[in-house]
Design a binder for this molecule. Sequence first.
Ligand SMILES: *Cc1c(COP(=O)(O)O)cnc(C)c1O
Length: 368
Amino acid sequence: MKIARYDYASQFPDLDQLTERLRDMLTRGHYVLGEEVEAFESALAEYLGCEHAIGVNSGTDALILSMKALGIGPGDEVVTQANTFHATVLAILWTGATPVLVDADLDTMGIDLDALEGACGPRTKALLPVHLYGRPTAMARIQALADERGLLVVEDAAQAIGARHAGQRAGTFGAAGCFSFHPSKNLAAAGDGGAIVCASRELADELRITRSLGQAAANHHTHIGLNSKLDALQAVVLHSKLPHLDGWNQSRRELASMYREALADLPLAFQHDDPADEHAYHLFQVRVERRDALVEHLKARGVDATVRYPVPIHRQPAFADLPLAQGSFPVAERLCNELLTLPLRPNMPAEEVAYAADQVREFFSANG
Ligand SMILES: *Cc1c(COP(=O)(O)O)cnc(C)c1O
């Protein structure tokens, strides 16, 4: 049996309708912004329950543009977590601000909320929690700290589109929420794409200008912007998939609980999942001491297990000259050494979960 991590072809339940819409768009010849992008932005804002959504070129650009528009730049510090995807931290650096890392919490695999306040100083301008692996961060304490200290909150929700915390969608708590539509993400474009969501009309207007070369009107450039627009073609793809997202995320949750049940008695740990929340299970992570041997065992048996982010942020060569490279983040390092990702795709047959779980079990019976 072969258990794959991705099945991109199965993500097009409305393929005929989609190709018709794409043909329309291609022959009409309107490729940049325009009605397709606007229609998707409105649908996304409505789905998330927020005021404004602005389509950009990638999740990374969503982070850079939103932080810049919020006035984050040189001299500022942005506090984020030590266990995240590289893009979170490089985006902070592109604004000119300094990233400050906080260690992870071993159970939630999110930012250590108890350590957050200690990382804030006189130059702290923003908190940047990451809803990692699709698990929504508990936002109340982050928001309370931000309010108390007059800090901004920007959410990296690239892995958590559709997740809910306390009934509210991840990405809609802070001043800005950033999403990615990279093909691997829960809502996937056929290429790169991203979006920023926010409640402020002013911020939304500014973002629409800065994503478009700072052009407020034809030949009138009011900002030093970027060229970072969501393609009309990707907007058509994303709009056609959006109605299926909740169903896909629900399927991910069901498959994740099947894994949890099937593996419950083994010496493994899972990411804490608050029953009051809705985890989007972008990745199903398992923490185990003999991680590398287990990955090898699974791969040899056709299960496409993998390791995401084996190198901690503070050990990446790109960041070697930054103060954070001297930091100590033992939980983030431990997660890098002990986490593996089991295959989980929406609508994956239950037999595939059972097979993958059996192979995990076999590893422990064969290796004591
Ligand atoms: C994917 C991802 C990004 C970047 O998104 P891109 O669209 O690939 O630029 C940022 N942060 C996290 C946590 C991600 O998973």
